[in-house]
Design a protein around this ligand. Structure first.
Ligand code: TMP
Length: 244
């Protein structure tokens, strides 16, 4: 039996590259991805044709895989190329970054060259604030300012490291090196912590395992060209594995 398409009842949130709509069922919502691209917290703006579909389908393939491995996620089902039904959560104001190689802000902050393997994954928290440029914070900040409980912090750390192990193996099979990535978590009305938001070339650093070529948003951030092609190449590899 075909499931009926849920109806959007209100715009809940408009982000830089996605919109979130409420549904008649208050425990769910619809995420709708656009082709808009931003970097440096909105200072750089552009369009990457077809990006919304790549982000939606890659995120869903990864969320399905993580769910099948026991990670609690907000994913319910894909509605179209660019829209997905998810469980409604209250997002925690934190980004969890996991790094396997030096790059980006870590390389910059510590004066390191990019691409050095880290002997153990490095986990960081950023406080989500465009005005403050998403500053790096630690557990004491999180607890002191009430952004999450001690139990939620410990659970986010454990889940994120498990996600890192799972994604590293999954992407390795697609010839992609997982350099680093960002996760976000939310809490349901019943208090359950779920992995939410997206996992895509917008929020991860993906390098081709053989050539080291960048297949992610750094091509846009750093004006490297070949942005659309890189996103399509990631999509092609996922589809070749029938994952999307
Ligand atoms: P960073 O090196 O700029 O701190 O980024 C680390 C990883 O997290 C990288 O894969 C990009 C991702 N990220 C986001 O998706 N959104 C953000 O707001 C930030 C700061 C990082």
């Amino acid at each position: 039996m075909r499931e009926t398409a849920p109806v959007k009842t209100a715009l809940l949130y408009e982000g830089k590259a996605k919109r979130v709509y409420a549904c008649a069922d208050e425990e769910t919502c619809i995420v709708s991805y656009t082709d808009a691209a931003t970097a440096y917290n909105g200072l750089k703006k552009g369009f990457i044709p077809g990006k919304g579909a790549v982000v939606n389908r890659v995120t869903n393939a990864l969320m399905r895989y993580l769910s099948s491995e026991g990670i609690p996620t907000h994913y319910i089902r894909e509605l179209s190329d660019t829209e997905t039904l998810v469980r409604r959560v209250r997002m925690l104001p934190l980004e969890v970054i996991v790094r396997n190689y030096t790059s980006g802000s870590l390389a910059h902050r510590l004066g390191l060259e990019e691409g050095l393997p880290l002997t153990t994954p490095v986990l960081e928290f950023n406080y989500k604030s465009d005005a403050l440029d998403d500053p790096l914070v630690n557990t004491c900040h999180i607890l002191s300012f009430g952004w999450a409980s001690e139990e939620q912090v410990q659970r986010m750390k454990a889940l994120s490291l498990r996600v890192n192990t799972l994604l590293t193996g999954y992407l390795d099979r697609l010839g992609i090196r997982l350099v680093d990535f960002k996760l976000e978590y939310g809490v349901t009305g019943g208090g359950e912590l779920l992995l939410a938001d997206e996992i895509s070339p917008d929020t991860c650093r993906f390098w081709d395992i053989k050539t080291g070529e960048k297949l992610d948003k750094d091509r846009f951030r750093r004006d490297m060209g070949g942005v659309t092609e890189a996103y399509q190449e990631v999509m092609r590899r996922f589809c070749a594995q029938a994952a999307c």
